[in-house]
Design a protein around this ligand. Sequence first.
Ligand code: NDP
Ligand code: 2IT
Length: 457
Amino acid sequence: MTTQTLGTKTVAENYINAVFEQLKQKNSQQSEFLQAVEEIFLSLIPVFEQHPEYIQHNILSRIVEPDRIISFRVTWQDDQNQVQVNRGYRVQFNNVVGPYKGGLRFHPSVNESIMKFLAFEQIFKNALTGLPIGGAKGGSDFNPKGKSNSEIMRFCQAFMTELYRHIGPDVDVPAGDIGVGGREIGYLFGQYKRIRGANEAGVLTGKSPGFGGSLARKEATGYGLVYFVEEMLKDNNETLENKTIVVSGSGNVAIYAIEKLQALGAKVVACSDSNGYVFDPDGIDLKILKEIKEVKSDRIQTYINYRPNASYTEDFHGIWSIPCDIALPCATQNEIDGDAARTLLANGVKVVAEGANMPSNLEAINIFLENGILFGPAKAANAGGVATSALEMAQNSGRNYWTFDQVDGKLHEIMRNIYAESKEAAQKYGTPGNLVVGSNIAGFVKVANGMIAEGVY
Ligand code: NDP
Ligand code: 2IT
């Protein structure tokens, strides 16, 4: 662990350090996974000091080991009839609170470490929503960029041909993540249905509302993030009105965060993709952004063809040098390092909230917290997506649909509750205002208590 815990001697700290050391030895190559675990472990020291029963039940050693990791070959044919091979994963980490639940990521960087970090975080995020969902993640090192629609379809069908035997509406319910949106979920669902010979709508979420999908699921992560930021601001007698905001990424989470921010009177001046970022001093034109990304699947660079005052810079990380009141990283893990955090700080940022999973590294988080920045951690701030997935599961079980406003209203309430619970846990355990500690503890306690109640297994 970092110096924060070195040289200390309490029973709780010794236990936490020992489990982490063992984990490091066993998983020495898995830097993202170790990073996610370290962040949570650092938050849990006060909890273990007050709850020796968690040590007695050896909760930490149990919780860091996934229930199972499924890895499989995905073989498919490209448009030139060449046979291609990718690796697929599903990490079923913990189902104490409910069926395994979490997205699928299709991106060339996908490996076991990234799958495990995402699935591990999902356990606590999902518990925080207050809904009965456990933690999982899956995906493939398949690169969707440049693939035709037919290739995407054949890949999704091949992926599901292996995955179907491991999932089910009461077992494990995948959804989207990077590179997996409504189109991919449709192809995956079609294949699952054909293989099973039954329409089990609740096996996947993020479906089209035409065949069991929930209204507002597409918008939910971005909207939920903004509802969470509103709560943070409200506690400081502030609103989003006229705030200057930088949002990284230009995918599902970024687009719908921008939509809600603009509806609430904020000005979003920049967004990005993995090649670079655009700065639009007049405010990002959402209609153009949607046209580029959702209709044409084009690069963000083309935005400047439509907007003469906008500029493009070929450097994804440079986006954090744009002065703003609020920064919302919505692209990927570790996109904000210590240097980016210091730059944001020097330029006067007041609020940072994470739409992506683990976008800030540990150094960046510490810089934000030490300098009094209002910091909304991913597990809490981006939980609106998976929460609405759970609402989709509820609608599928009830064989009905709720209206957009009904779902959005429930999402709003869930985000308010997550904020309140995280804030309360931070206060209770001696770090008022620290939502990293608060959300980690609030999520962890639900899972740990469930593990004790359900017995050793
Ligand atoms: P999308 O695939 O829709 O969009 C991802 C965006 O991030 C794209 O602009 C993409 O650029 C950029 N990006 C992806 N990988 C990288 C990278 N390695 N470096 C730089 N830029 C990158 O994904 P989502 O919007 O769904 O997901 C974004 C983040 O939000 C992820 O961290 C995901 O885990 C998290 N999240 C998503 C939820 C959901 O419901 N979808 C829920 C909660 C969290 P490019 O097009 O160039 O690849
Ligand atoms: O990281 C996430 O929470 C997601 N990608 C959404 C998962 C889900 O099951 O909706």
